[in-house]
Design a protein around this ligand. Sequence first.
Ligand code: HEM
Length: 400
Amino acid sequence: MHFDPWNPEFVAHPYGVYAGLRRERPVSFFEPTGQWLIARHADVNALLRDRRLGRSYLHLATHAEFGRPDDPEFQEPFWRVIRAGMLDVEPPVHTRLRRLVSKAFTPRMVEALRPKIAQIAGGLVDRFVERGGGDLIAEVAEPLPVTVIAEMLGVPEADRHLLRPWSADICGMYELNPSVEAQHTAVRAASEFSDYLIGLARARRADPGDDLISALAQVTDEGDTLTEEELVGTCVLLLNAGHEATVNVTGNGWWSLFRNPAELERLRADHGLLPTAIEELMRWDTPLQMFERWVLEDISVGGVDIPRGSEVALLFGSANRDPEVFDDPDRLDVGRADNPHISFGAGIHFCLGAPLARIELAESFGALLRRAPKMELAAEPEWGPGYIIRGLRSLEVGIS
Ligand code: HEM
């Protein structure tokens, strides 16, 4: 098999292909997407931190100046929302947006949310156990992070069912070469989501509550504030980034444990291993397999010259199995001590929500270990269609 992100076989088993790339072609041009694939941990890590690359080039050049086609006109509502969030901009705009939002995501701030997160996770797991199991993804993995981020932002309970479909439709655009239909679906979702948030943000500006949207709508001590477009872009980003990957770490993580029963038993016997186990599950089956960067100035990677205007695809899933960095990398070791995995990224775009994600995962895995000590796989799961955002369609488990 070779690198083929549209082939379900590859999506299910990418790690052997990555090993070949790391050994033989660590920097290689992939014709179907016109990207340079970067397979080694050292290169992925270095490029994420290298300011000669960026998630966008639009702060420096137009599409035409960068030799790229203009965005199709119908996509305008999508990009207006997405490019107003910090993930798709570079400094100085990125620095300003991240500063305004990061106050709510310091480890101390999110630690204060732990009791609430534990309560939500406990409630979901209790109901799941009472029913004797079912689809762990639909019943526990999805509702937990969606509820947490919706509560943080102050999205009313009655509207929360709208969030997951909007987010999933928007994320369709992030896969490689999305179909025209997927593009239209993403644009429609971005418009609807944006209209919804504009209404909510206006209501909160007029009548602030004790929630993040109200806080983000205020002027800060330094006299700076988010524009309405930035506020909407930030909320869309937080709602999407705030749960897509967490859902997949939960689903992929439990499936990894079922496939490694000795490690599952080790964790069941010693819940103190939970912090290292969560990091290891994020490494061993990486939820976000690839992130892209634009090359803003000529660079050379592993002796290969990559000119300005190129796009690199950083293979996180491959970096996380690199034997140069991880002992016995294909082995799942829930006690792995030295684990510099790259699943939260690195550099200026390093995941803002990492402390929050770690608490959510600790609370949901912890509650399941305690309350469903004999949980077992009930059916062989299937991978969803996504490669970049890679997760199972469902994970059916039984609880005796
Ligand atoms: C296990 C779950 C998660 C994983 C694996 C994950 C992973 C990532 C990665 C890899 C990036 C950087 C992307 C890049 O460099 O191109 C990122 C950025 C980001 N993540 Fe997460 N994330 C997770 C959970 C969360 C949560 C719970 C939140 C917030 C509530 C969040 C908010 C963000 C934001 C706002 C950014 C953009 C940061 C910036 O551009 O400066 N993430 N995440």
